[in-house]
Design a protein around this ligand. Structure first.
Ligand SMILES: *Cc1c(COP(=O)(O)O)cnc(C)c1O
Length: 369
């Protein structure tokens, strides 16, 4: 029996993909077993941190890596590292900045997004002062260069579907500007699949979430150049302590990384398509529904079921139906990106096979209500 349900909490069928508000991902059995075993024994924490540093770096190809509680903590810690570096007094005083230390963090205006909390807030937690360059939908190199001054500590790039996707400078362009001014570039790649791409593009530190693409426990890491990662580790003597990662989560993260594949196998893709097709056939049998399999808008190898709802036939709008589905038992959460155009999108990557068959039944129940 689902532990949450046994405590009176809502049982969820997650057809939305990965959503922090639903608990992000469900780690594999091997990850959970490693966490249980790690929790039952003591370890010298700095030995574990050094071991994790080396292990994570094997997967990212970077010089060094620093485990964090989550990607948000990774933002705060990497920013703190560019301000305090290895200076103990400044490390212990952050997020207050001592005289003579630089703390301006430049990011493109179209990257100042909210991923559930504002990027800018996480920068401030690390003692940084966000400085936005350019306009929300257009940034020229000149905008970023003009924002650099003697108080600048780093440039910051956000790689995410939340960001404005056009008119922004690339990672390579931001890296070039940063390095021409002897500044580091931090890349927030929290939910990205490639663990090596952004370091190769010139980033000095790259931040990942352990629970998104990697499907590990609540965790994260910063990976990149040794001099900066060393400074990241030292921030645990200051602000990092308020966001420490436990030994179990470090071992869970490493186990999830060992199982993680950046690219899905042909077989996995075929299964994903077959499931999406199965759901489309079921939904097409409902009056007012026209369903088909669609590929991810960004061209990733993700296949979903898209169902257009004719509100005149169905007797309610797609948005009303979605609201009812969230109140059902079990509650079905879907991807809501196109609900305003009458389209329900089902991302089945986090759905168990035993739950797949329940989705159509829940929808029929909502229509009859
Ligand atoms: C999800 C996300 C974060 C935060 O990740 P957590 O691991 O939940 O802290 C940060 N930045 C971006 C772009 C994200 O998508």
């Amino acid at each position: 029996m689902n532990l949450y349900k046994s405590k009176g909490l809502t049982e969820i069928i997650n057809a939305s993909g990965r959503m922090t508000a639903l608990g992000v991902s469900t780690p594999r059995a091997a990850t959970l077993e490693a966490m249980a075993s790690a929790g039952q024994n003591f370890v010298i924490l700095h030995e574990l941190m050094d071991y994790a540093d080396q292990e994570i770096s094997k997967f990212t190809g970077a010089e060094a890596s620093c485990p964090t509680a989550c990607a948000s903590a990774g933002i705060a810690i990497s920013v703190a590292a560019t301000i305090a570096k290895e200076n103990l007094l400044q490390i212990e005083t952050l997020p207050q900045v001592l005289d003579g230390f630089k703390n301006e963090i430049i990011l493109q205006k179209g990257h100042a997004v909210n991923f559930g909390a504002p990027i800018e807030t996480m920068i401030r937690v690390g003692g940084g002062k966000p400085v936005l360059a350019g306009q929300a939908n257009k940034v020229h190199k000149e905008h970023v260069i003009a924002a650099i001054n003697e108080r600048t500590a780093a440039l910051f790039y956000v790689k995410s579907h939340h960001c404005v996707q056009k008119g922004m400078l690339s990672v390579e362009e931001m890296a070039e500007i940063a390095h021409n001014h002897q500044l580091p570039l931090i890349v927030d790649a929290a939910a990205e699949e490639s663990l090596s791409k952004y370091g190769e593009a010139g980033a000095d530190m790259v931040i990942y979430s352990g629970s998104k693409a990697i499907e590990g426990p609540t965790s994260g890491f910063i990976t990149g150049k040794k001099e900066w990662i060393q400074a990241c580790h030292l921030q645990y003597l200051g602000i990092g302590r308020a966001m420490k990662i436990g030994k179990e989560n470090i071992m869970g993260l490493l186990t999830a990384l060992a199982d993680y594949k950046e690219e899905r196998t042909a077989e996995e893709i075929e299964t994903m398509k077959a499931w999406a097709e199965r759901l489309a056939i079921e939904l097409n049998a409902l009056p007012g529904f026209t369903a088909s399999v669609v590929q991810d808008e960004a061209g990733r190898a993700i296949f979903r079921t898209a169902a257009k709802v004719d509100s005149a036939v169905v007797g309610m709008t797609a948005a009303d139906l979605v609201a009812r589905m969230k109140e059902a038992d079990p509650a079905v959460y879907i991807r809501e990106h196109y609900v305003n155009t009458g389209v329900l999108t089902f991302d089945l990557r986090s759905v168990q096979e035993t739950d797949l068959v329940k989705i159509t039944a829940v929808i029929i129940g909502c229509l009859e209500r």
